[in-house]
Design a protein around this ligand. Sequence first.
Ligand SMILES: [Zn+2]
Length: 316
Amino acid sequence: MDKKSKEFLFEYLNNASPTGFESSGQQIWLDYIKPYINEYMVDVYGTAVGIINPKATYKVVIEAHADEISWFVNYITDDGYIYVRRNGGSDHQIAPSKRVNIHTAGGIVKGVFGWPAIHVRDAAREETPNLKNIFIDIGAESKREVEAMGVHVGCVITFEDELIEMNKKWLVGRALDNRMGGYMIAQVARRLSENKKKLPFGLYIVNAVQEEIGLRGAEMISRRIKPDLAIITDVTHDTQSPMYNKKESGNLKCGLGPVLCYGPAVQNNVLKMIIETSQKRKIPFHRKPVSRQTGTNINSSDYLSEGVPSPLISFL
Ligand SMILES: [Zn+2]
């Protein structure tokens, strides 16, 4: 990763891009790839597409998703506490004591998911965090004060966490799912351009919105592009940490290459081509079976229903 790539990665990752509210992240992404593409388009819901060889009739998509899971302000109590609703699969278990950014028209309002102190909890009857009992404190004493701070029902909330490097080799941060994919497909555009590679097809570099709530962005854009081949990227889980069960989740380890999916949603000839290329170029990879839905944009009904051959490459 050179300096320019790293600056882009940190800017892109540290920017909030909640599902349905991805525009600022899409702008950062487009600004980075614009010098390396011939054209771009953005659909009305915000999916951004960088295009190389727009006139070519054979169209290849490489795709990642731009959105991140978050929360919504769902209810404000009379004494100024905020109850939330999920926007994507946000985790209630990890919420208590996490600091949050509430995104308002007037900018960020800081808050924290509260939880009663250990001293006052009954050890025999500990409640586990769930959507009914987790709440955010923004330091307001009344609903009116909350509203005066610019926070209203429908505001989007993200955790405060920013990107860090751990032990000089790992990245830790919010929304690596799947802005690492967005970073990677942007790098494809840059490397093609800097190495002056000419492609015999049109390449559509798609940063799709709204994956986390049902793969909606990919569905919309695939209808518009009508690709002949769509290579989907997302992230998956390293299964080496405590509490993972390799018999269930497979044996996947960071640093040993991306994960190629096997399953009915994956087109076999394309998968074979990727495997042969990886073997020829000595690029390590994992294999992972998925029986029905992959839970990623490969299952976006249109890539599938239009019969677009689609392999899935997952990062660790
Ligand atoms: Zn994802």
